[in-house]
Design a binder for this molecule. Structure first.
Ligand SMILES: Nc1ncnc2c1ncn2[C@@H]1O[C@H](COP(=O)(O)OP(=O)(O)OP(=O)(O)O)[C@@H](O)[C@H]1O
Length: 848
């Protein structure tokens, strides 16, 4: 039975492994876990306790049933129904005696309860087949307590149920030939079932039925073949046959003797070859747990199976079975074997105890119901009709859709009225309705109507909580769902940032832009696991995004060696953007190697263990770059910022890097043509001029919004008016606290290092022996010892980050210790042994 690695690697071990590693963190957690744990079914502890209970119950049943085989006669007068049965459990000796119990001193090794239980199961129910219950309890209990799958629970239950009945009835069948009374061999169930069967179909019928049931079960379980013995071709002469047989026997004996002479040695060798695979298996599993590295864990799994696969597979003996077998490539076979052994790779396993923020952290503002009274609707309708009539525009029909901030009046003009005429009267209509924020949509896309949006006199706030709580959000299958708010017809609006794939956000100061960005970030935090998503946050104002600092070890990405995960300095922004470009290029290389087109396919392949982590493959989280005040950056750095942003926006879609740029000043020198062209999704809060609205949306309208989260979302073709979900700073604070207090990764997600134009970037040609990494020699020895030029080996054994290990391998290449990068294969090791390596290292040291 293969060991299910993923099961081994569940919480318990990991948390133990962590104990030594991060004391301060542990302290925090224990502080948090004051009070008694809640017991619900999902509670891991409750499951373990239940598992333990089942295992102990199995032992109790086993002892009680076994003891029953020897003591049933002594205890019989106590357990039989005629003398009280189960009710005897609580009776005193005197009462028992008066009930006719001959021997109140119970002989069963598990006491009165055991005697009653075993009588119930063995005599009254299923006889000897009752031992199956012990087996079932062990399988389930073991699984729940140790999280190790001995057998499939479904199959165990199904087969046990069948066997319980089958064995009981079969034993009853045979017992019926010896005696005509129920016995603990088959139990009353087996006995009476048999009586019934024999009465209906006779002994022969019952026998046939039992054989049929038994064989059917075997066929279902093992798909056994029924083959008649083959007739051997007739020998030509008897004499020849005898000689031949002798010859064959002699030969076989020789072979056997030879075998014996070899056998001990061979056996030992075989054991040496085969055993370590198994022991490494369990050992490595634990080891990787301590290291907490999902990539190296997957890699160890991979290595093992490569070992296993290279072992000769058992010979196919039955040549005549012409069943069609579909050949799998070696890669696929490897992947299948890995999945079979360890289960699919689970990126969330490293932080398996991570909990998404709860709904209670968010505030419920307002009643959640829209309150627009009919008099307001009526008066607005009359004003619209009057105004239009003043301009000789006849209306056929008018209907209102009430939204949280505005009400949409849809008008069907009388035949012959030109739509452009109404559009031209926009300002006049707004004036006569005396309301700010009127927007005329003529015509309504997809409908033959004209829309007039009129703000409600009492706008309803849309709280983030009310959106997050909806089924639509909870059940969404979007990759990066952002709960933007509600539409004009009061429907929850959720967009997928992964599909957008980048977004420009603009709005004058105080109109809800910062709230909008928080809404986007919080939505994603409610939906994603830290292993699936990383934010790169740029906040030149230094205050807006500072709350997210707390989730650095969970959700933030930063440059290696940086202290602050939230970037406020322009120079660092440029480095980060370029670093993201490198990450993008690396991801493209990985995708190319994996032969897939996008991040989703890549990760699916990785999860199915079809990609070898030895070749640098890793689970790729989405990266969302948020720049809060883009205008500031463009003013100070211009092209230096624009170029990488444009590159990322153009190319990063497939590899899961998405950009959200926000600006107060949506002028053309900030939102340049290049940037605009690559940001099809634009979100506009109220802006101060029509020109600004055109810059951001390519149309007017944003200047006529009413502020406070009233916004327009343009997704290329559509323009949708939305009321942004409101999330206040204290709520964001609570959400980030909730996440920050949980166990996180050792550090933020490390982006590739970007050295800038003047740096050397660790290139081979620039290898300088004086500028070697401190771990250079250790890495060299490791590589030569293993004769395997792999970055991940260095990463794993020396416990280094990916980037540093990558730099060291480049330096090793520069020093001539490993060969150049060879795509999917590990690099060639150019130094054959330790001795040659030490000589080379000496030489390098002399050059210092
Ligand atoms: N979705 C919303 N629903 C209700 N009120 C909102 C909403 N968004 C913003 N507001 C109100 O508007 C105020 C200003 O919002 P916010 O701080 O987001 O503006 P801003 O555009 O980011 O301003 P600045 O650019 O100066 O930071 C908030 O304090 C809140 O009172």
């Amino acid at each position: 039975m293969p060991v299910r690695g993923n099961q081994f690697k569940k919480n318990t071990l990991r948390e133990d492994a962590l104990e030594g590693a991060s004391q301060p963190f542990k302290k925090k957690v224990s502080e948090k876990r004051e009070g008694l744990p809640k017991f619900n079914f999902n509670n891991d502890r409750a499951i373990k306790i239940f598992g333990l209970f089942l295992l102990l119950l199995a032992i109790y049943f086993l002892v009680s049933f076994t003891s029953y085989l020897f003591t049933w006669q002594d205890d019989q007068s106590y357990v039989i129904d005629a003398n009280g049965g189960w009710s005897n459990l609580f009776k005193t000796t005197a009462e028992l005696k008066s009930n006719g119990v001959l021997n109140p001193n119970i002989q069963n090794w598990t006491g009165k309860l055991g005697a009653l239980l075993s009588h119930q199961f063995m005599y009254e129910w299923f006889g000897l087949a009752s031992f199956i219950f012990v087996f079932v309890f062990v399988i389930i209990g073991y699984r729940l307590l140790f999280k190790v799958k001995l057998l499939s629970i479904h199959k165990t239950l199904a087969y046990s149920f069948f066997l319980l009945i089958f064995i009981s009835v079969t034993l009853g069948f045979f017992h019926s030939f010896i005696g005509d009374y129920p016995h603990y061999i088959e139990g009353e169930f087996g006995y009476f079932s048999n009586l019934l069967l024999q009465a209906q179909i006779g002994s022969t019928g019952a026998a046939v039925l039992l054989v049929f049931a038994g064989l059917t079960c075997l066929i279902i379980a093992y798909n056994i073949d029924f083959k008649l013995p083959e007739r051997k071709p007739k020998p030509i002469t008897e004499h020849f046959l005898e000689d031949d047989d002798d010859m064959i026997e002699d030969e076989e004996e020789d072979v056997l003797e030879d075998d014996e002479s070899q056998s001990l040695e061979d056996l030992q060798k075989n054991r040496l070859v085969n055993r370590p695979t198994l022991t490494t298996n369990s050992f490595e599993v634990e080891n990787t747990l301590e290291k907490e590295e999902p990539v190296s864990r997957a890699k160890d799994d991979f290595d093992e199976v490569v070992n296993n696969i290279s072992k000769p597979s058992p010979k196919i003996e039955d040549q005549e079975d012409l069943a069609l077998t579909i050949e799998k490539t070696e890669e696929e076979a490897k992947a299948d074997e890995l999945v079979e052994q360890f289960g699919a790779f689970d990126p969330t396993l490293e932080l398996s105890s991570y909990k998404n923020p709860t709904l209670e952290l968010l505030e419920q503002y307002g009643s959640g119901k829209i309150s627009v009274d009919t008099s307001e609707l009526e008066s607005n309708k009359n004003k619209i009709v009057e105004t239009l009539n003043n301009y000789n525009i006849e209306i056929d029909k008018i209907k209102a859709t009430i939204g949280p901030t505005v009400t949409l009046y849809e008008i069907i003009p009388a035949p012959g009225v030109r739509i452009s005429k109404i559009k031209n009267l926009e300002d006049d209509i707004a004036l006569s309705l005396a309301a700010l924020g009127i927007r005329i949509i003529a015509p309504m896309p997809g409908k033959g109507t004209i829309g007039i949006e009129v703000p409600n006199s009492h706008p309803e706030m849309v709280s983030m909580r009310s959106i997050i709580a909806t089924e639509k959000f909870q059940n969404t299958t979007m990759d990066l769902p952002i709960a933007l708010g509600k539409t004009i017809s009061n429907e929850v609006f959720i967009a997928d940032l992964a599909k957008m794939p980048h977004m420009l956000v603009a709005g004058a100061t105080g109109q809800g832009k910062s709230v909008g960005i928080n809404t986007i970030l919080v939505s994603l935090l409610y939906k994603k696991h830290p292993s699936q998503l990383k934010f790169v946050l740029v906040d030149p104002k230094k205050v807006e995004l500072s709350l997210f600092k707390k989730i650095e070890r969970h959700f933030l990405a930063k440059l290696p060696g940086e202290d602050d995960a939230i970037i406020t300095d322009t120079k660092k922004v440029i480095n980060t953007l370029n670093s993201l470009c490198i990450e993008m290029d690396q991801r493209y290389d990985l995708l190319k190697e994996a032969g897939v087109r996008n991040l989703k396919e890549y990760n699916e392949k990785f999860i199915k263990r079809k990609l070898n982590p030895n070749n640098g493959h890793r689970f790729l989280p989405f990266i969302v770059l948020v720049i809060d005040e883009f205008a500031d950056l463009m003013m100070t750095a211009g092209k230096e910022v624009e170029t990488p942003i444009a590159r990322l926006a153009q190319l990063a879609r497939a590899i899961g890097i998405h950009l959200v740029l926000a600006t107060q000043r949506p002028s053309v020198n900030i939102i340049t043509g290049t940037i605009k062209a690559n940001f099809p999704a634009r979100l506009a809060f109220r802006v101060t001029s029509k020109i600004d609205s055109r810059t951001i949306l390519d149309s007017g309208g944003a200047d006529q919004l009413i502020g406070k989260g009233d916004m327009l979302l343009s997704t290329g073709s559509d323009l949708i008016r939305l009321q942004c979900a409101f999330v206040d700073t204290p709520e964001v604070d609570r959400v980030t606290d909730f996440i920050g207090e949980q166990r996180g990764y050792a550090s933020a997600y490390e982006l590739p290092e970007y050295v800038g134009d003047d740096g050397d970037g660790g290139s081979v040609k620039d290898f300088d022996p004086n500028d070697r990494d401190a771990m250079f020699e250790d890495a060299a020895r490791l590589i030569v010892m293993h004769q395997q030029g792999s970055t991940s080996l260095i990463q794993r054994k020396l416990k280094l980050g990916y980037n540093r290990a990558g730099r060291i391998i480049d330096q090793l290449e520069g020093a001539g210790i490993v060969g150049p990068f060879e795509g999917s294969k590990a690099r060639e090791v150019l130094i054959p042994d330790d001795y040659s390596l030490e000589q080379l290292l000496d030489e390098l040291n002399k050059k210092d």
